[in-house]
Design a protein around this ligand. Structure first.
Ligand code: NAD
Length: 626
């Protein structure tokens, strides 16, 4: 049915263009022959039409002129018309000449009639579009909820165009701090003034809604905009970023502002060709593939079409989810999902030898600071240090080309067991690098937004329950990056590394956790009287400020603006035997013993946990006890 409709529409358009050609040629002749047209001329012209009309229509068809829909005529359609008419004119002139029908045609006719034809074909299409838009939207001009757009850049242009067709919204103006844009019109909508004027316009124009169209401004600006919206008492909505659109997350074009929007940072530029060389057609293995970082790494690697993606994960359910999502999003990419523990050397060796990956991204780890500090310290050492050693050793034996270790900012001057184990795991990779063909790269970064167990989902849950929101300390600050951004930079570091470097990511501006909590309460359209903020005190091993990763003193730049290389302590391969003996001891050391020994391996580690005082049995007490 659709194709019949299309054919009818295309036929009508072709008939119109044929008629336009006739009119164009007649008008040209009349103009050049000073308004006289003898019957003989008319006869010759009619013969020329018989040749020219089918030729021009066939060429327009080849140029795709009849694929467009008149109601949506745009610049590319007009360009197609111009090219088809130019080509058509050349072919028509050759045909008329060959058939001896061009007696009355000079170069003047061939210059003038295409101009008329382009004008007729374009104007009728644009006229039709304007008429349709007027018929559909024009009469509803005053309909829809009044809304102001914040920002008058590229995103606003797209939004104005889109909303001008909407029955639901009526744009009353734009606000932008750029003075040069003040008073200008964007598709007929005026830039009224600076963002600070929102409360004034909101009360004057009875506005209840504002849409933020600034997809890539920094956190501070976004907070300010949200603050202004709050003062203006308008509901805030936003447009998706280009990254969201590319990632297929745009959903409805306009949506309510989420806290992630506050944190949006500039899109990462990637060395696409380099990543292509690194990943395409290769067997790639990801450990911890069911985790927040591992699963995102898998998605991004899959986009580069590896020959095979081997997922390695201990948690069966996490594995199942990651496997399912990956197969759904990339049905053409072969995926092998292996359930296993990275500490199990036999299992890891078997997998490495069976699939011979060219690259390994090692993201399996325990990462919760307070949880790993007490009662689980030895487990953290085993999982993060021994586990990394097992995977790295197996990778060397299986001649893996690159091994990328996902580390953390908590490994810098660690104050907790988790951070110290990650630093020790980095040192294992540094130590193994010496004399090995496998190239080890380590990548450190800070908190990512929305990962499992992170602060944003926790605050959201607390707000949904009616509060309170718990924060450890009013001065607590953290860096935030999105999971996709972190994963992109892990890949980029993997691509750039030559072996043994510790890459650190530029995490941008630190964010005060209490401000984040306040923003989330505000975005839930609640107040701090309704949702209280409660301070609970620092937990074991927790730092108030994470170490600044990417400063000049401790790092050097790389060609990538968001990656630097840390000036880390060199590590010899020799101590690994001693480390292995410690890891392989036949008793489970206490938490305080683990902390004491970690200090031996990682001199920059300073625990914040005071050793517990325990009573020492005196001979008398011991006798009494027996
Ligand atoms: N999430 C963050 O904010 C963040 C920031 C910086 C660095 N990192 C680092 O990235 C790494 C991954 O973090 P994440 O947020 O994805 O954590 P996550 O807990 O979401 O994922 C880790 C995954 O590893 C798996 N795993 C753990 N031990 C394993 C073992 N022995 N064998 C096999 N699989 C095992 C877990 O089941 C889990 O699925 C960690 O090393 C973490 O320190 C995370």
């Amino acid at each position: 049915m659709r194709s019949v409709q299309f054919d009818v529409r295309a036929l009508a358009a072709a008939a119109h263009d044929g008629a336009a050609l006739v009119v164009a040629m007649l008008a040209t002749t009349l103009l050049l022959e000073v308004n006289t047209l003898t019957p003989a001329q008319l006869g010759d012209l009619t013969t020329a039409f018989v040749v020219a009309v089918p030729i021009q229509i066939a060429i327009s068809f080849l140029f795709g002129v009849y694929q467009g829909i008149w109601r949506y005529t745009s610049l590319p359609d007009i360009q197609r018309i111009v090219f088809s008419v130019l080509t058509g004119t050349v072919v028509v002139s050759l045909a008329l000449h060959t058939l001896g029908l061009d007696e009355r045609f000079t170069y003047r006719e061939y210059l003038l009639y295409p101009l008329f034809l382009v004008a007729l074909m374009s104007l009728s299409r644009m006229g039709f579009r304007s008429f349709k838009e007027w018929a559909i939207y024009g009469r509803s001009g005053e309909e829809g909820t009044p809304v102001v757009i914040l920002g008058a850049g590229d995103a606003a242009v797209g939004l104005v165009k889109e909303l001008s067709r909407s029955h639901d919204w009526r744009i009353v103006g734009l606000l932008d701090d750029d003075e040069k844009k003040r008073g200008r019109l964007l598709h007929g909508v005026r830039v009224l003034g600076p963002l600070e004027d929102l409360p004034r316009y909101a009360s004057r124009l009875k506005l209840r809604h504002a849409i933020i169209a600034m997809p890539s401004v920094p956190y501070k600006v976004r907070r300010r905009v949200i603050e202004i919206c709050k003062r203006a008492k308008v509901a805030i909505m936003t447009v998706p970023t280009l990254n969201d659109v590319v990632a297929g997350k745009s959903g409805a074009r306009i949506r309510k502002v989420a806290v992630d929007d506050l944190m949006k940072r500039e899109a990462v530029t990637l060395d696409d060709a380099g990543l292509h060389d690194l990943l395409t057609g290769q067997v790639v293995m990801v450990t911890g593939a069911g985790g927040s970082i591992g699963a995102e790494l898998c998605r991004q690697i899959a986009a580069y079409r590896p020959a095979l993606l081997v997922l390695f994960e201990m948690n069966e359910y996490a594995m199942y989810k990651a496997d399912e999502q990956l197969r759904e999003a990339f049905p053409e990419i072969p995926v092998e999902s292996i359930v296993g523990d990275i500490k199990n050397a036999r299992r890891v060796d078997q997998v490495m030898h069976q699939y011979s990956p060219a690259l390994v991204f090692h993201a399996a780890a325990y990462k919760h600071v307070p949880l790993m500090e007490e009662a689980n310290a030895w487990e953290a050492v085993q999982n993060n240090v021994l586990g990394t050693y097992v995977v790295a050793r197996a990778a060397i034996d299986a001649r893996v080309k690159k091994f990328v270790f996902v580390s953390t900012d908590k490994a810098v001057n660690p104050t907790n067991v988790m951070g110290a184990t990650k630093r020790l795991a980095e040192m294992v990779c540094q130590g193994l690098q010496a004399g090995s063909q496998t190239r080890f790269e380590m990548v450190r970064f800070g908190n990512v937004l929305g990962s499992a167990g992170s602060v944003i989902p926790k605050f959201q849950e607390q707000i949904d329950k009616g509060g309170p929101v718990t924060i450890t300390h009013p001065e607590m600050v953290r860096y935030f990056m999105s999971i996709p951004e972190a994963a992109q930079l892990v890949l980029q570091a993997g691509c750039m590394g030559l072996g043994g470097e510790i890459f650190v990511m530029d995490m941008g501006e630190p964010v005060k956790i209490v401000d984040l909590a306040r923003d989330m309460i505000r975005l839930s359209e609640l107040s701090e009287n309704e949702i209280r903020i409660v301070y609970t005190g620092l937990r074991p091993g927790e730092k108030l400020f994470e170490e600044l990763l990417a400063d000049d003193e401790h790092t050097r730049p790389t060609p990538h603006p968001k990656l630097r290389i840390a000036k880390a302590r060199e590590v010899d391969a020799d101590w690994i035997d001693g480390l292995l003996a410690w890891l392989d001891q036949d008793r489970i050391p206490s938490d305080s013993e683990v902390r004491r020994d970690l200090k031996r391996w990682v001199p920059e580690y300073h625990t914040q946990v005071r050793p517990r005082l325990t009573a020492v049995a005196t001979p008398r007490a011991a006798r009494g006890a027996s």
